[in-house]
Design a protein around this ligand. Structure first.
Ligand SMILES: [Fe+2]
Ligand SMILES: [Fe+2]
Length: 372
């Protein structure tokens, strides 16, 4: 690791740095301690968004905005307070790499089809009756479903049901913005029309353990939607055995034609933490965004207690110590997304157990929202 050196405060050095700036040049010897530190020090901070607030703001947005071409979606994103200085729009960053949002669609509304280089996923939290149409396939959505639209796939929505629907979106918007990889195309003619039977991919993969032989050639999204019932059945069966000390009982959504994560840059998990469960603390280079799908508890992040209950969202930045505690006697279910695939592709994925105090952090503070 490079260290700060007092030599850099000398007048002749400061003058020289100023001289370099005139030519759009920079002194590595001065910059290196800030840019190449010993371990990750993300600008993103741990944060929590209460469901009551998100719901209230979505309901107010009902009157303010309708999903038409241009604005595209009635989505409100979770802006990490540590990343607001990214311009423009804080890069819509919930973590260094990922965007998460809540989206509302009302009965009768159409969100036009489009495609983009960002990889996207959604997790349905409230309601049913809307479909998403992905590459000509209408996929009907209900609570607990997990859907993917990786880069380059056309997708749009229409709500044929009778009550408002809300879901969580997650995209790699900040990553694409940072690397200069953003492409976006509107679909001519608004909403794409069906070209294959409804729920086609889920019906092709109804078995769960086998794949149609034509998918021996890997597809980017052979299965468009993952039903909650199958995920819960897997977790219940897994719960007959010992929980993972850090994550309880957890499963990852995978691409059934490759065995890789369902979305190429964003890993998604559903985890079941039994009533009263207390995990041990660890940290990892990947950042994570959690949605409390069921139950209540708290997560200690870098010594700060974040209490959560059904519907809340919270984020754990890179390399932050964290452990989960379920306070209710009922099981808690956490849906989460992380940038682990990005970290793995860049060869920086690491994980470390908290060794002190039998693996548990001391609680030094409790989360309070930051007033801007
Ligand atoms: Fe989109
Ligand atoms: Fe973790």
């Amino acid at each position: 690791m490079a260290e700060k050196n007092s030599i850099f405060q000398r007048k002749e050095v400061l003058d020289f740095n100023g001289e370099l700036e005139k030519y759009h040049l920079g002194p590595l010897w001065d910059a290196i301690p800030d840019l190449m530190h010993k371990e990750p020090t993300p600008d993103a901070i741990p944060y929590l968004w209460k469901w009551e607030t998100l719901h209230k703001m979505l309901m107010e947005a009902r009157e303010i905005f309708t999903p038409e071409r241009g604005g595209e979606r009635r989505a409100i994103y979770l802006q990490n307070p540590g990343l607001t200085n990214r311009q423009p729009w804080g890069w819509a960053s919930t973590t260094q790499t990922l965007y998460a949002a809540v989206q509302l669609i009302l009965p009768g509304e159409i969100a036009p089809s489009h495609r983009h280089s960002q990889n996207a996923l959604r997790f349905i939290t409230n309601g049913h009756g809307a479909y998403t149409i992905v590459q000509g396939q209408r996929i009907f959505m209900e609570e607990g479903d997990y859907l993917i639209t990786p880069h380059g796939l056309w997708h749009g929505h229409e709500h044929l049901g009778g009550e408002p629907m809300i879901w969580m979106d997650c995209l790699d918007i900040p990553t694409m913005y940072a690397i200069g990889g953003t492409f976006f195309d509107p679909y001519e003619g608004g909403l794409e029309q069906p070209s294959v039977p409804d729920n086609y991919s889920a019906r092709r993969y109804a078995g769960g353990m086998v794949r149609p032989i034509s998918d021996r050639v890997p597809h980017i999204a052979p299965l468009g939607a993952y039903k909650l019932s199958g995920v819960l059945a897997s977790l219940d069966s897994l719960s007959q055995f010992e929980p993972d000390p850090y994550d309880g009982f957890a499963v990852e959504y995978i691409n059934p034609s490759t065995g890789e994560t369902a979305n190429p840059t964003i890993a998604s998990w559903m985890q079941k933490l039994p009533g009263g469960f207390r995990s041990k603390a660890h940290r990892h280079t990947n950042s994570t965004i959690y949605h409390a799908f069921k139950g209540s508890g708290y997560t200690i992040i870098n010594g700060v207690r974040f209490d959560w209950s059904k519907g809340d969202y919270f984020t754990i930045p890179n390399w932050a110590w964290h452990e989960h505690v379920v306070t209710s006697s009922e099981d808690a279910y956490l849906f989460s997304v992380s940038d682990r695939p990005i970290m793995e592709k860049l060869y920086v994925q690491q994980e470390q157990a908290y060794e002190m105090n039998d693996g548990h952090q001391e609680i030094k503070d409790e989360f309070i929202p930051i007033i801007p």
